[in-house]
Design a protein around this ligand. Structure first.
Ligand SMILES: O=P(O)(O)OC[C@H]1O[C@H](OP(=O)(O)OP(=O)(O)O)[C@H](O)[C@@H]1O
Ligand code: HPA
Ligand SMILES: [Mg+2]
Length: 179
């Protein structure tokens, strides 16, 4: 275990097993709708989860990435700025947004609204983690890997100060490093 980690919450084995289950469920749901989703990963946190999840979706999907950042300072909280947009038009496209965590819900609520404004036919959400105690915006993921307690988690894409994204598990950062 990394020296800065207080405890491991979810092991790599558990994550892979859950990705298999989510992949099966997503495949079945979209097969029933007779359409394949465009997976949209939000940089950078979603990358490890997206990479594992797509191995277990048994249909011809495509994926793309967006990078957004929250406005700070004078801008109202909840607005976001697009740093990297999608490569092609999403008019009429069914999107499955891929995230590492739903925390306050602000990021996903804004991105979902933005994609629907651009003409997406439907926007569903799959998130590796859900931290429901922190929610300030009324939004929930359609597919969730694991619920986590109200603690700062790192690993499997999740960072603190851009570090720890490459840990193969989800853990809790030691308090003295976070405060
Ligand atoms: O529900 P919220 O309170 O909006 O928080 C969740 C978002 O915050 C983190 O991203 P961050 O903006 O830190 O970018 P990153 O993915 O590059 O780490 C995380 O990856 C989610 O995208
Ligand atoms: O618990 C977290 N860890 C890392 N990044 C995050 N972004 C929102 N919540 C978290
Ligand atoms: Mg982050």
């Amino acid at each position: 275990m990394h020296k800065d980690v207080k405890k491991i919450l979810i092991s790599e084995e558990e994550i892979v097993k859950r990705c298999e289950e989510l992949g099966r469920q997503i495949t079945a749901d979209y097969e029933a709708k007779q359409e394949a989703p465009l997976l949209v990963g939000l940089l950078k946190g979603s990358v490890p989860f997206l990479a594992e999840l797509i191995k277990h979706i048994d249909m011809d999907i495509m994926f793309d990435f967006m990078d957004v950042s929250s406005y700070e300072g004078t801008q109202s909280v909840g607005n976001i700025r697009v740093i990297k947009d999608l490569d092609s038009s999403i008019n009429g496209v069914s999107i499955l947004l891929v995230e590492d965590i739903v925390d306050t819900g602000r990021t996903l609520a804004e991105v979902k609204r933005m994609l629907l404004n651009k003409g997406a036919k439907e926007v569903k959400i799959v998130s590796l983690l859900d931290k429901p105690q922190r929610r300030v915006v009324d939004i929930s993921a359609d597919y969730v890997g694991f619920a986590v307690p109200n603690e700062f988690v790192i690993g499997y894409g999740l960072d603190f100060d851009q570090k720890y994204r490459n840990l193969p598990y989800v853990g809790v950062l030691k308090d003295e490093l976070y405060e």
